[in-house]
Design a protein around this ligand. Structure first.
Ligand code: F6P
Length: 470
């Protein structure tokens, strides 16, 4: 473990799940999730430190090295998990930044705790960063860290990247602590977003809600008299996946065999539709089920010839909106299966589970049509994984226009999940697409995903950060 690191990542979560066995011995396992997939390869290449929460309440763990990464755990108490993580991060910011699909809740107690925990993260990063180090802060849970870090350590170059959307100023303005959040972010040298819309929304909020001067994608902060002026750059950096390793894994004989086995287990359907998401209301799972249910009802597709697998991995299970969503999804799946199943053959195979990457790759390869119907999504890495897994070029990607991925993958069948009739037509178009057309589209999609792996995303961000910090 280096005493001081020249490169530090600060994220809500560490890239590993830590457990203690009965004897109290520490054990860890690489954790799933977009952010981890995105940054682990970069961390392994660069000798850096990663500051993050270990995922459990009241667990104090000393810094350690895992998977070639130097990890600095931040301990959160039970109350902090409830108020900072489940509360302000996922009950306030998450819905506010995702088009208020469910109403955000504003509680002063949650905000105070968010502020306190952001200070804890900033202190931990300040303690581990070497003189003049580069610190890359991740995501909406840590929006106050850039300014705090600059206060503690003015020598650092600081970047912040938002993995989720940034809302329009009309929605962001609901936030009672909006100026604090903007000033927190403006402590960075470079602020990165997934899409140009997000960057525009942010710049408009800065213009409207602070006194800072905005010119193009540069913000000038500081008064010049008491505080020196400083430029903050805003950039667009669409995230991606570890394409080389995902493509290699998906092309393996084991994954190919497992894909064949999956189709066999389902009784060799003519068409297999697939949905893969965290069980989150932003993902449009209910819209997707409605679309499939209506196609069955209208007789446009028949079970068991056409069936669907919906993987909905458990997420934020103690947050009320997530509990409600689970109930609604499970009632809907039950209703569709009740109406259209035969003995031993269901139209919807619902899996409220988390699977290893190899199994996911096999599911992607087994599927004919991938349905990504998010109502709002920063990027959606599942769409890119599906493309990377299409070794045989025979899958079709149906993709919501409300994902960041829609900008990067224009050869998908891009649709509006709120337009149920339009979405039904798009799904039918995917089902009926000719082999030539499928291959043409998939070849172009694969080129895009191959040419833009997550390694390139990180390189580009760090390159721009260096330039911004000079
Ligand atoms: O996309 C935002 C994000 O916070 C990711 O960083 C993370 O992998 C995912 O959502 C799941 O979030 P959580 O850490 O709350 O389980």
């Amino acid at each position: 473990m280096p005493a001081m690191a020249d490169f530090v990542v600060v994220a809500n979560r560490l890239p590993v799940d830590i457990r203690r066995d009965e004897k109290g011995t520490l054990d860890w396992e690489r954790s799933p999730g977009g952010l981890v997939t995105a940054l682990a390869p970069v961390m392994q290449q660069e000798e850096g430190a990663w500051v993050g929460w270990n995922g459990a309440a009241d667990m104090h763990v000393d810094p350690f090295t895992a998977d070639g990464m130097h990890l600095v755990p931040v301990a959160l108490s039970e109350t902090e998990v409830a108020d900072y993580y489940e509360g302000f991060s996922n009950g306030t910011l998450w819905p506010l930044y995702h088009d208020v699909i469910v109403p955000p809740e504003f509680h002063r107690q949650w905000w105070n705790c968010y502020d306190r925990v952001n200070r804890t993260f900033a202190k931990a990063a300040a303690d581990v960063a070497a003189k003049g180090a580069t610190v890359w802060v991740q995501d909406y849970q840590l929006q106050l860290v850039p300014a705090l870090l600059r206060k503690y350590r003015p020598d650092l170059t600081i970047g912040w990247f938002n993995h989720i959307p940034f809302p329009p100023v009309e929605i962001f303005s609901q936030m009672p602590w909006r100026e604090y959040i903007l000033e927190g972010l403006l402590g960075a040298d470079l602020i990165g977003f997934q899409r140009s819309w997000d960057a525009e929304n942010f710049l408009r909020s800065v213009k409207r809600l602070t006194g800072h001067k905005v010119r193009g994608r540069t913000i000038t902060v500081g008064t010049g008299a008491k505080y020196p002026t400083r430029k903050v750059k805003v950039g667009i950096h669409p995230i991606s996946i570890d394409t080389p390793s995902f493509m290699k894994m998906a092309a393996s004989d084991d994954v190919a065999a497992r894909a064949r086995e999956i189709r066999e287990e389902l009784g060799h359907p003519d068409v297999l539709l697939l949905g893969v998401d965290r069980l989150d209301y932003t993902k449009g799972i209910r819209h997707r089920l409605k679309i499939f249910g209506e196609l069955l009802r209208d007789g446009l597709v028949k079970s068991p010839e056409v069936c669907m697998i919906q993987v909905a991995s458990p997420s934020r299970e103690r947050v009320q909106q997530y509990k409600d969503l689970r109930d609604e999804v499970e009632v809907t799946v039950g209703r569709i299966n009740g109406d259209y199943a035969d003995l031993g053959r269901s139209p919807v195979h619902y899996l409220h589970q988390t699977f290893p990457q190899e199994e996911m790759a096999a599911l992607y390869r087994a599927a004919d049509v991938m349905l990504v119907t998010s109502l709002r999504d920063g990027m959606n890495l599942v769409a890119k994984e599906f493309v990377a897994a299409q070794v045989d070029l025979d899958g079709v990607l149906v993709l919501s226009e409300f994902t960041g991925a829609a900008d990067d993958l224009p050869q998908a069948l891009v649709m509006n999940p709120h337009d149920i009739e339009g979405a039904k037509r798009t799904v039918m178009q995917a089902i009926e697409m000719s082999t030539t057309e499928k291959r043409r589209r998939m070849r172009a999609l694969r080129r895009r995903v191959k040419d833009n792996p997550v390694q390139k995303w990180a390189e580009k961000f760090l390159h721009d950060l260096k330039a911004a910090g000079q």
